[in-house]
Design a protein around this ligand. Sequence first.
Ligand SMILES: [Cu+2]
Length: 109
Amino acid sequence: MTLKSGLLLISLLLPATLWMPVAYAEITEALPNQQQTVALKLENMTCAMCTVTIKKALQQVKGVQKVVIDYDTKTALVTFDDQKTSSAALIKATTDAGYPGSLVTSISQ
Ligand SMILES: [Cu+2]
């Protein structure tokens, strides 16, 4: 290998080694926590106690990390691990509790 081709090789490898820590950080951040947030529109909410019942029902679903219920808009914002549960399972949980739900939007994080 000549000195010239050696330098060329280093200049080719250098950008790759600079990129690697960045790519690696993205992978390690994304993998342990496959978080997803969905908004569910809920039926039958008539009083403040309903929000407590729905919140409890959603929190019992394995993989659910955060539940925020908005009584005024009759929606639940649920953050969950999509490796452990799904929006269909969340809807089943609220429906079983007496509050049929439907998916409004899916916000990936
Ligand atoms: Cu109620």
